[in-house]
Design a protein. Structure first.
Length: 244
């Protein structure tokens, strides 16, 4: 999709290129030499401004998961006791699958049944467990959550390798610059300008978009990490060229 606008006077052309998709690997948002720099060069010809956004997909390195664990009882103490028991068993099952440490916040409890005096008094205590597993343990984690009573898989998020995503983000930025140059050269030729020079780069940063794996459709052969949605990156560059 392409949007363009022309503002003549001192011959200023502004053109926005919206989401040209490039399927490459990459994601992250490090500090970079492409950060906004002051526009110091002068232009005796036509100033062209381009807005380019590139998107890419990265390979899945690991998954971040979130499990909800609950306990029930006729008293708050009984509910917490059951929750503690289930947490202990779940920690033991997760230990061989984990990459890194678990995060477990303090539990919360509430009474179920509302204000109905005839309803059975039932207290519920719950908390969440979050952590990371490698690709090879993707299916095992899902199956474990399905077997355990009082355990529900709240979500699985695909993550890229930190070093790989940094390197590949640079690939996305390079392609954005190449596309900008090609567009500037084409526009220059269209208006009779043979020289194109890049004067200014304003980088708006990379947006990491890890995607939730969809787990609704259970398969008899299990869940394949290759079928999980891949992490996505979006890089936005504002480029200023001089056409002369």
């Amino acid at each position: 999709m392409q949007r363009c606008g022309l503002a003549m006077g001192h011959q200023l052309i502004g053109l926005g290129l919206i989401w040209p998709l490039v399927v490459v690997v990459g994601v992250s948002s490090p500090a970079s030499a492409l950060a906004a720099t002051p526009l110091t060069a002068s232009c005796s010809g036509t100033v062209l401004q381009l807005s380019i956004q590139e998107q890419g997909l990265s390979a899945v390195d690991r998954f971040r998961f979130s499990l909800v664990v609950s306990g029930e009882g006729s008293t708050e103490s009984a509910a917490l006791q059951q929750l503690n028991q289930r947490l202990g068993e779940l920690r033991g099952d997760l230990k061989p699958l984990l990459r890194g440490q678990l995060t477990v916040p303090a539990p919360r409890s509430h009474q179920r049944g509302g204000t109905n005096p005839n309803a059975e008094r039932l207290f519920v205590a719950n908390t969440t467990l979050s952590g990371e597993v490698v690709r090879e343990h993707y299916d095992a984690l899902i199956q474990l959550a399905g077997r355990r009573p009082g355990v529900r898989l709240q979500g699985m998020t695909a993550l890229a390798d930190d070093r790989d995503e940094l390197n590949q983000e640079r690939v996305v930025v390079k392609r954005a610059l190449q596309r900008g140059l090609q567009e500037a050269q084409w526009i220059g030729r269209s208006i009779g300008r043979s020289r194109v020079s890049l004067q200014h780069i304003d980088r708006r940063g990379a947006i990491r978009r890890p995607l939730q794996a969809r787990l609704a459709d259970h398969k008899s052969m299990g869940f394949d990490p290759n079928e999980a949605p891949k992490p996505r990156v979006s890089v936005h560059l504002q480029l200023t060229y001089c056409l002369s």
